[in-house]
Structure formats: structure tokens, C-alpha cells
Write a protein that binds this ligand. Sequence first.
Ligand code: IPM
Ligand code: MN
Length: 374
Amino acid sequence: MATSPKLIDGTSIVSNRDLKIAVIGGDGTGPEVTDEGVKVLKAACQREKIGLQTKDFDLGGDRYLRTGEILPDGIVDELRGYHAILLGAIGHPDVAPGILERGLLLSLRFALDQYINLRPVKLYPGVETPLAGKGPNDIDFVVVRENTEDLYAGIGGFLKKGTPDEVATQTAIYTRKGCERCIRWAFEYTRKRNKRKRLTLVAKTNVLTFGHDLWWRTFQEVAKEYPDVQPDYNHVDACCMWMVKNPEYYDVIVTTNMFGDIITDLAGILQGGMGVAAGGNINPDPGGVSMYEPMGGSAPKYTGKNVINPMAAIGAVAMLLSETGNNKGDKTLVQAGDRVMKAILATTPKMKTQAAGRMGYGTREVGDLVVSAL
Ligand code: IPM
Ligand code: MN
């Protein structure tokens, strides 16, 4: 007799396929969009008979203001027991910029060694792009951003702080291991994606003659292992021009952490903006715990109004399923991710716009539409 989908409770994982997912709704409208993400995740799991357990974690600006804690001891260890994390948004109007970003988001990326930041840039049908004359066939590429090094390493300091002679340093760190594992993953991804099979390294070798020389040499070496993938190179400034003029040129981009941060905001607006763009912070090693998030902020002024677009959070769920499936080597999970993506593609043409308050539907209704498309 076929077993029906069963809710697992951590002590009784019934199959390697079952999922334990940690949900960090976070601040502002974060919990509203993760609610819709979880709604779609539940429906997708039910359809494929994947057992699912979710647990909400109370982290973010409110907790910080209430208790002074950002990422309390033990939470990271607890999160290690989950297959993946779904994050809503962090950012609170009463908390100074940088505190939650570094204390929560970057700390989790580093602690869980999520060394890949995966940013699919796909213009869904019916979604408006600011680029005249470009459609879904033109805007469909992926950025693979290194996620643990570079200027984000937090190396630096002040000398004579607060005096007229003040000196500040902020050092970019690049390691052979760090760039090689990211570049190799990007080659694998390009091969598997199987579209134009072109991997473009985006860097600044003409100026960053040490750190980006390391990236360049490593890229050339790893490329030899992937004769079926065309290795390609753009300086980051030129990439910004091409991305606007000829986005259809790109298949997969691999880049450093800081440049990746910048070009993925440019790319995000080309695909319709914060309501749709999603990202994955991935540790692809066996058993690695990855974290998926909509790119939009916490948008505090819209909190509780049921107007924010949850599609980015739903896109994050599609990625969560596919990438967790890849990590576990489980085709059913990958298929569930594909189905969620198909349901998104069937839903966006029905919406008026992707902008908060102007979608023609409320936050919860968009979630329902995707579930019915599933
Ligand atoms: C992103 C964000 C973060 C980053 C911030 C919030 C620290 O902009 O995920 O792109 O710079 O990586
Ligand atoms: Mn960013």
C-alpha cells in the first residue's frame, strides 16, 4: 500500500526525500511573503508526496529591540539540523543599518559556509521590464556570485578615528579555495543548464591585478575541465553596459562577492524588480544547509496590508526545492521545484503588475493563484 504524505517531526524522518525547513520570516512584510512561500511549498510537497516539517524562527529587528539578541547561541547549531532555510526579509526602521545585515544575514552565510549566491535572472511572461523591446526570451540568465570572501570578509580598521588624520582600511580577501569552488560550481551549473553553455567571468583584471588575477588564472585552469562550456570574460563596468543593451548575450555569469552584489541589483530590475527577484545562499557540499530569500527588503510601510508581491518568495521556494533535490540527489524534489516554476510562469500573466498594491490581487490571493496553477 502506498504511504500517504506524512508530517515528519525530526525524530522520525521517514524518507531521505522528506524536508525539514526552517522559516525566518524576519521583519516588516517578510513574514507575509514567507507565509505564501510556505503555502506553495506545502502544496508542492503534497502533490509529490514529500513529507514536510517547517519551524518558524523568531529572528530580526523586533527580537533585537526586545531582547538585544540578533543570532543567539545555539540557533546556528539548531539550523544545521534543517535541510534549508526560507528567509523573508530583515531590516527595521528603528535599528541602525548594518547591524542586522552583518549580525544575521552575513553571519548565517558565513557560519553555514553558503559559498554560492545563486541569482536567476528570468523575465517571467507578463512582467514588465524597463528595457524597451526586450521580452522573456531576451532576459534569461543566471548570476553565480561568490558569497563568503572579498570586501565582505570584514577585514579592516581605523587609525586615529575621529581625528583629521583618520585612516580607514577595508581589505578584499580572495583565496584560491574560495574562488575555485565557486568557479567550478558555476561551470557545472552552466553544463547542467545546457542552454548557450557560455560562462562569463565578470571581474576587473585591468585594475585589481592581484585578487582578480587569482580569479582569472583559476578560471582558465578550471575551464580546461569543461571543454563543452565556452569560457568568456567581461570587465564589470562593460558588463553593466552589455546587460542593459544585450541581456540576451548572457547565459551564466560567475563573479566576485562585491561585484555580484551590484550587478544582481541591476539584473533584478531588468527582470521586473524586487517583487520577483529571488536568491539562494547555497552550501552545495553534502548535507550543506542553504538559505533562500526574496531580494526585496522588509518594506515596513506595507506591513499587514496584504499588498506586497510574494512571487519572489515563491521563486525562492522553487529554487529551494530544486537545489535541495540536487544536494540530496533526489529527482522528485527537483521535479517539485520545476513544477513550482511552471506554476509561477502560469500566474504572472494574470497579474496586472508586480508592484506592491498594483498587482490586481492581494498577497494571499497571489499565493492562492500559484497553488491552483500547481
Ligand atoms: C544582498 C544584500 C546583502 C548583501 C546586504 C543586505 C548585506 O544586498 O543579498 O544582495 O550585500 O549581500
Ligand atoms: Mn545586494
